[in-house]
Structure formats: C-alpha cells, structure tokens
Write a protein of this length. Structure first.
Length: 132
C-alpha cells in the first residue's frame, strides 16, 4: 500500500470440464476487471477424449494470447501440464496488458472433444484505484 494505491498478486482457480460437441470453451468472466495477467498454469486432470487436444488458449479478443500451436500430446492426457505467459497481440500496445474490464478465457481444441477436464490457475496483479 502506497498512498492508498494497492497492487496485489492474486490467483483465480477453476476446474472446468469439456463436454461433447464443444470445440472451444469460453469461461466468463475469467480475467477480472482491473487486472494484469502474469501467467496461466494448466493441468489436464482427466484425459481429453475423441483424439482431441488443446491447441490454443487466450481471451475472446485474442484467442492465442496464452499460447498457440500446442502439439498433439502436450495438453491431452491426464497429468499433462504447462505454465504459460501472457502475450498481447502482435503489434498491440502496452495498454493491452491491462484489463480495465473483465474478459473471458477461451480454450480451443484441434477437434471436438468427447470429454475431459483441466485445472486452471490464473496468476495476476489486481490493481485497485486510488482511494483518496
């Protein structure tokens, strides 16, 4: 705390399931308002079936901002995991690192999964506007 300005490190945990006929999932809202993403940790807890695997992770305005082109078997089987850093759009501005509004997280697959489950942990800085 400095002059009533607060920046704190926080973590948002989530354990979603993939359903049949969902080639991508949108988690709303996953990245909180007034936040700066640091990293996203992901672990596959139940294998993704139907020969599908995660191939992109991002936000609804930049679908690959946490990673793209994940190969087959990297994020598919139970126990697979990764720690991903935030990358704003190519040619984007530094302002895209800060989220003044809440944003959805989007996880895309190479094919339509039959089932599967992941555990997500978003690490971020929460910025509180000045209080005085």
């Amino acid at each position: 705390i400095y002059n009533h300005h607060i920046i704190s490190t926080k973590v948002h945990l989530f354990h979603p399931s993939f359903q049949q006929d969902q080639e991508f999932l949108l988690f709303h809202p996953y990245i909180p308002q007034n936040s700066i993403p640091i990293s996203l940790a992901i672990r596959v807890t139940t294998a993704i079936t139907n020969n599908a695997y995660i191939d992109e992770i991002g936000v609804n305005t930049d679908q690959d901002s946490f990673g793209t082109s994940f190969p087959d078997d990297q994020l598919e089987d139970a126990g697979d995991n990764a720690v991903l850093t935030w990358h704003n759009k190519a040619g984007g501005s530094a302002g895209e690192m800060f989220f003044p509004n809440a944003h959805d997280l989007e996880i895309s697959h190479n094919a339509t999964p039959g089932a599967g489950q992941v555990r997500l942990a978003l690490y971020y800085w929460d910025v509180t506007p000045p209080q005085s």
